[in-house]
Design a protein around this ligand. Sequence first.
Ligand SMILES: CC(C)(COP(=O)(O)OP(=O)(O)OC[C@H]1O[C@@H](n2cnc3c(N)ncnc32)[C@H](O)[C@@H]1OP(=O)(O)O)[C@@H](O)C(=O)NCCC(=O)NCCS
Length: 162
Amino acid sequence: MNLEVRHANLNDLATLTEIETICFPASEAADAEKIKSRIEAFPEGFSVLTGDEKIIGFINGIRSESAVLTDEMFENANLHDRNGSYLMILSLAVSPEFRGKGYGKLLLRHITECAWEEHLKGVTLTCKPELVGFYEKSGFRNHGKSDSVHGGFEWYEMRKTF
Ligand SMILES: CC(C)(COP(=O)(O)OP(=O)(O)OC[C@H]1O[C@@H](n2cnc3c(N)ncnc32)[C@H](O)[C@@H]1OP(=O)(O)O)[C@@H](O)C(=O)NCCC(=O)NCCS
């Protein structure tokens, strides 16, 4: 399979929304409008992995001067601060049929390397307890329970600083 990582564009919107809907519970999944606003606010922070041009998964985020990811950021991509020192990851999703092949790790590494190349201070995300180990394997440190109530779940704050 010919793998490629590229920036998302609005032609991807329907497929990205479908993958997001499959990958996350309804209370947590971003709808098409939110995904569109994330692409528009920071296209360089929205990466798509394709295999033979079919979308396998994606990762997106916004920049912030604060190292802490807040629930408002999930709702409003316009909080993107292009001079911000940290990248906040809002969504990482791999289509179910492509899981367990290293693609999630690849997307995470890609966006982390971009942040490092841009001289940011670090990358922050929040995750459910069962995914703490997944992010630790990629060098993220567990900063304990987050204040987040996003989607009505419990979240841990993970950060990788450079
Ligand atoms: C989480 C998700 C992105 C992982 O993607 P993936 O492509 O299946 O993961 P990878 O194959 O890259 O796994 C990388 C490593 O993490 C490990 N891993 C995967 N899922 C894990 C989990 N739940 N807990 C601990 N380790 C895990 C893998 O075994 C692999 O380890 P290795 O490098 O030693 O072989 C994918 O399952 C997904 O899209 N889930 C639904 C959406 C979601 O929850 N996203 C995260 C939001 S915080």
